[in-house]
Write a protein of this length. Structure first.
Length: 645
């Protein structure tokens, strides 16, 4: 189903409305349309304003092999015939408009070429075709369309210590080889047996870094490659899960499972091998969660949700994936994001596995337990009410909201007035903004954030997110979600720097004014500070962000020094600030290159605390600083596995 569209002014440019946030085609259409709209605003320095008709004409020329806009005799004849030129432009515009409504992967690839040739700065939002791959959760050569002449393959694959973009090229070359129907995957594995381990290690290192489109793509590519040579990848992936940033590696395992489902290989020997291995990893997930730098990220739960019903369900004899989700949903020490993702995941699996009638009773009991706990746990009533709506409607995902009168609904409604976007995409952007924050199903919340980023309007969404942080009605759980969204959007201008500085300082003040009695109130204040610090690392710890990283560190270093001392004291007294120490090491480790001397001093202090995750992450950051004359690039330094025995 394509997005509902209204004719705005009698032209081919139409107003976009999202009617189903679970419809991947609608999300693709929004992202593609939003980019086209962005080029028409004149906001890109040095680029003249381009209407949709202009872009349609460029796209048509590209499709006809005129990507360099070289005129042929036909072009000259058309230029001399105004009526014919007008007819062709109208046809191109009509065709282009229809493709925007229902964009294929091929169309998105060609639109990437046209837009990025005109506006290279938009690469910050990633490619539209690879965005579509992220929505699917599994990568394929058709999603990327990277074409490297065969004579260059050996040269590219032979590069030592390549930059991340080259690693992605290498991975795409290998994926195309595995997908070649004329070759058996085993033959490809044998041919590249010596190279594959190095590629896996590089993809893991890139995938564990701050969430740029490239780091996420690295994990999906890793999972997509792994299904062809699982035994070669298993040990490395299992080890990577046990590193401080291993919570991100769960996404690679999810890509493997989704590929098995996509190819309907669940019952084949290869699929059963994946089932056995994934089951083993998930059995260890609760323990890994305890040492994770960011438990609320919930990527282990996303893997459990993706597990096919044929492998795990009440009707399959054993529901090990469902057991994990139920355990996390009822764990009162887990974050609200984890519990909501797990609870919605139970119902989503039941719908997909066609055992909703069997699951309705247990999920209803879960809702009842949430309602009973809600007076002491802000946000849990919202989880219960929205999950109850899904049960009533018999759907796994609902785009509208129930009339619960929850404060978060009014907060988000008021924040939307601060969106700085054109009318053509305003309604759809407001829908995505709401789902990016108050959606309780974690997979769909992240997709909404990614769609806003892919559309190119993330910077214009930041003021609305800032308003939520400033709203006195917003509770800590809501601010935590906003801070994650800001970090994931990867905007780094001075406004974002100031927003995150203020959020970090405000969060620390709230921690200081809350009694340290192991209460939920104190714990959630600590988690809010963790979210703020992690968002700084996510935004400014990425490659290419050196200038803005230096600026934000200048703003924050006084606070960071104070926090290091507080963590040192807390380690001696009560260890109540462990989440803060973990986020600190992430922020300092990923931005070590901009203030190396001061960073080294602080990481050496944090490396002495008792928490294993903090120590290991501190040592990773110190490894970047081991050379006297240069700071190692983040993707060059391996992560040590935690000793969990």
């Amino acid at each position: 189903m394509s997005p509902r569209i209204d004719v705005s002014d009698g032209t081919s440019e139409r107003v976009v409305h999202l009617t189903d946030v679970s419809d991947l085609l609608q999300l693709r259409s929004y992202a593609a349309t939003a980019r086209v709209v962005f080029l028409g605003t004149g906001r890109i320095p040095g680029l003249r304003r381009m209407t949709q008709n202009d872009i349609a004409t460029e796209w048509t020329r590209y499709k006809k092999g005129r990507g360099r806009q070289q005129k042929t005799d036909d072009d000259v004849n058309i230029d001399n015939d105004g009526e014919e030129r007008g007819r062709l432009r109208r046809n191109a515009s009509s065709n282009f408009s229809k493709r925007l409504e229902q964009p294929s992967i091929e169309f998105l690839r060609s639109l990437d070429v046209v837009i990025l040739r005109k506006a290279p700065a938009m690469i910050r939002a990633g490619g539209l075709a690879t965005f579509a791959a992220r929505l699917e959760g599994v990568q394929s050569g058709i999603n990327v369309g990277v074409e490297v002449a065969p004579e260059f393959h050996a040269t590219l694959l032979g590069l030592q210590n390549p930059e991340p973009v080259v690693v992605l090229l290498q991975a795409n070359i290998l994926l195309a080889e595995f997908e070649d129907s004329s070759r058996h995957p085993a033959d490809v594995e044998i041919q590249y047996r010596d190279f594959l381990p190095h590629l896996v290690d590089n993809l893991i290192r890139i995938g564990c870094l701050p969430p740029t489109p490239y780091s996420v793509d690295a994990l999906i590519l890793l999972g997509s490659l792994s299904r062809y040579a699982l035994p070669l990848f298993q040990e490395r992936l299992s080890t990577a899960l046990r590193t401080p940033l291993g919570f991100r590696v769960w996404r690679a395992l999810t890509a493997i499972v989704l590929a098995v489902r996509q190819r309907k290989e669940e019952s084949l020997a290869s699929g059963q091998a994946v089932r056995h291995w994934v089951k083993q990893q998930l059995r260890f997930s609760d323990r890994l969660r305890n040492h994770s730098l960011y438990p609320a990220r919930s990527l282990d739960l996303e893997l459990a949700i993706a597990v096919p019903a044929a492998w795990s369900s009440p009707t399959a004899g054993e529901d090990w994936a469902g057991a994990l989700l139920h355990r996390r949903a009822t764990d009162q020490s887990a974050t609200l994001r984890e519990r909501g993702t797990a609870a919605f995941g139970l119902w989503e699996r039941a719908i997909d596995g066609e055992y909703a009638d069997l699951a309705r009773g247990p999920v209803s009991e879960l809702i009842k337990s949430f309602e009973e706990e809600a007076p002491a746990r802000p946000g849990l009533a919202w989880v219960a009410g929205t999950l109850a709506q899904n049960l009533r409607e018999g759907r796994k995902i609902v785009t509208s909201w129930p009339a619960l009168g929850d404060p978060c609904q009014q907060v988000m409604h008021d924040a939307a007035s601060h969106l700085d976007v054109p009318d053509r995409i305003r309604a759809a952007t407001e829908t995505l903004l709401q789902h990016a924050v108050i959606k309780n199903a974690g997979v769909y919340r992240r997709r909404a954030i990614d769609t806003l980023r892919a559309g190119g309007w993330a910077a214009q969404v930041i003021p609305a997110l800032e308003q939520v942080l400033l709203d006195p009605r917003a509770e800590a759980w809501l601010r935590c979600r906003v801070l994650f969204a800001i970090g994931f959007m990867q905007e780094r201008d001075e406004h974002v720097q100031e927003v995150l500085r203020q959020a970090s300082e405000d969060s620390w003040k709230r921690v200081g004014t809350t009694r340290r009695n192991k209460s939920h109130d104190f714990r959630v204040r600590v988690l809010e500070l963790h979210s703020a610090l992690f968002a700084v690392g996510d935004c400014f710890g990425a490659a290419g962000a050196e200038r803005s990283a230096a600026q934000v560190r200048e703003l924050l270093d006084q606070l960071l020094g104070e926090l290091v001392e507080a963590v040192k004291e807390d380690n001696r007294l009560g260890k109540d600030l462990v989440p803060v120490s973990r986020a600190l090491t992430y922020l300092l480790g990923t931005t070590a290159h901009v203030r190396p001397a001061r960073t080294k001093e602080w990481l050496e202090t944090l490396a002495q605390v008792d928490d294993p995750a903090t120590r290991t992450m501190s040592n990773w950051g110190l490894s970047r600083l081991r050379s006297a004359d240069r700071v190692e690039q983040a993707h060059e330094v391996e992560f040590d596995a935690l000793d969990l025995e």
